[in-house]
Design a binder for this molecule. Sequence first.
Ligand code: SAH
Length: 231
Amino acid sequence: MYKFAVIVLVAFFAKMANAQDDYPTKRERMVKSQLLARDISDSVTLNAMRQVERHEFVPESMKQYAYADGPLSIGHKQTISQPYIVAYMTQELKLKPGHRVLEIGTGSGYQAAVLATIVDSVYTIEIVEPLGLLADKRLKRLGYKNIETKIGDGYHGWPDKAPFDAIIVTAAVKVIPPALIDQLAEGGRMIIPVGQTNYYRNLVLVTRKNGKIKTKKRIPVAFVPFTREKK
Ligand code: SAH
């Protein structure tokens, strides 16, 4: 009886300790168990994932799950991507500090913050106005000074700010928007989820080398669809 009570007590305190783990501890555990344990090995990406406070990018009610191994709802039928996918896409871009990066699909602003931790300037476009405005406010509050946000249809890219060393699209397309390919700098890399149906999509890496465009299929993924502005 006494032994049983001790076991119950130990289990209870272990659970409490876990629930009360602070965010830095949870974030470090996320990096180890979700990223390093898989195939994320790029130190630049890992450092950014260690720094950005993911819990600041989710609704209050989701904060306790901010470092879980999956996507989370951010309202307006949209999601913040799974940490592993954010890291995978970031790693594929082979970012350098001086780079200019375009993101289509600001959502919560989390991916933009990860990029901005690595590079000089990030430009990000969101089609759902309330999400874009909220992300802009949040990024300013958190002190990100090298991210420019815009509300609009990212199908056309951001011609005034092109060319970009890297482009990341965080909503799934059927066909890669031609304007995005046009706005990719020489030596540039774009990562984008592509698929004909809602169920089978792949991350595709697009590169421009000596003027030649190449595409390469990477991993299968689930993503919210790329939408178009209502005419
Ligand atoms: N990168 C985000 C994940 C966003 S989910 C994050 O880190 O939280 C994909 C986002 O793409 C959604 O917010 C959706 O509204 C947006 N989106 C879909 N189609 C778009 C388009 N044509 N232009 C810009 N944003 C678009």
